[in-house]
Design a protein around this ligand. Structure first.
Ligand SMILES: [Zn+2]
Length: 297
């Protein structure tokens, strides 16, 4: 198996070029598990996340939230992640999360990312198709994979209202046409999750997931996972989700652990930073386990 060869080569200190997430997503789809995308904002959280992937022998995707593209250190940050990932024995790819334009997608690929997500979920369908198609054309020419969004995964603060009317949920008949016309590699769908913290109990529309799964063959992606129960994750993955995006819970847990460590008598800059790294490592390992990705690298 190529995977095992990769692990052996890396143990000998051979640098492996990073590749697109697409192959790992296809393997996950065939194997009924999900590859985690953990958003990463700075080095401490990143190091905890990478440690979790390596200790769990899991493939993973480091997600760069589009807002970071305006920061002066973004090129250096992507290159740091890339260098660390190339040294890692597990397959790690780097994707833009919720990219806002073709230009932004091309920019992060030039910085060293392996994949992009273009999010036209709020656009009219025809416009979403047109821009996504141009992102796919240019990204594929660079060897990168593309995720797009159809339907709209809203914010948790609006959750109670959104769910009642299934507002913004992905329409199965549009999903088939969207894949056909854009050539996208993975599709983020809206089936009842929300970004950030939920107001109210999250409910997944598994009937809708089954309908979409039956009509399209690309890996499906769940955003807004923080707050779902382990059983809900497993049901979504069993129902055909092959990638799950997570951050809110990681950030909240790390924040709480840092505050708690700061109360300790011998608390220091180093011990508080270490508490953050540990929180990321432990929460990521938990999710890797729930997603069935442990041992898949
Ligand atoms: Zn998202």
């Amino acid at each position: 198996m190529l995977q095992t060869d990769n692990v052996k080569r890396k143990q000998k200190g051979v640098i492996m070029p990073l590749v697109s997430m697409v192959n790992e997503l296809k393997k996950a789809q065939a194997g009924h598990y999900a590859v985690p995308l953990f958003l990463t904002f700075e080095m401490t959280g990143f190091e905890g996340t990478l440690a979790a992937l390596e200790e769990s022998r899991s493939p993973g995707i480091m997600g760069i939230f589009h807002i970071l593209m305006d920061r002066p250190n973004i090129r250096a940050f992507v290159q740091y992640i890339r260098a660390r990932a190339e040294d890692s024995p597990v397959p790690v790819s780097i994707s833009l999360d919720h990219g806002t334009s073709l230009e932004q997608c091309m920019q992060i690929l030039a910085y060293g990312a392996t994949d992009v997500m273009f999010d036209g979920g709020k656009l009219p369908l025809e416009e979403n198709i047109a821009i996504t198609r141009s992102v796919v054309r240019d990204a594929h020419a660079m060897g990168a994979g593309v995720e797009a969004e159809l339907g709209f995964v809203g914010h948790g603060r609006d959750y109670a209202n959104l769910d009642a009317v299934r507002q913004g949920f992905t329409k199965p008949e549009e999903a088939a046409r969207f894949i056909e016309e854009t050539g996208v590699d993975a599709l983020a769908i809206a089936i009842g999750t929300a970004h950030a913290e939920y107001q109210g109990e999250p409910q997944l529309a598994l009937d809708l997931l089954a309908d979409i799964r039956a009509r399209v063959d690309v890996p499906l992606v769940l955003h807004g996972g923080s707050g779902l129960s382990d059983a809900q994750f497993r049901a979504a993955i069993e129902g055909g989700v092959s990638k799950v995006n997570i951050f809110t819970d990681l950030g909240l847990t790390a924040g709480r652990q840092m505050v708690s460590e700061a109360q300790a008598e011998k608390a220091s800059y180093f011990s508080i930073s270490a508490a953050a790294k540990t929180a990321f490592r432990e929460r990521c390992k938990h999710y890797i386990d729930v997603f069935g990705a442990s041992g898949k690298a």
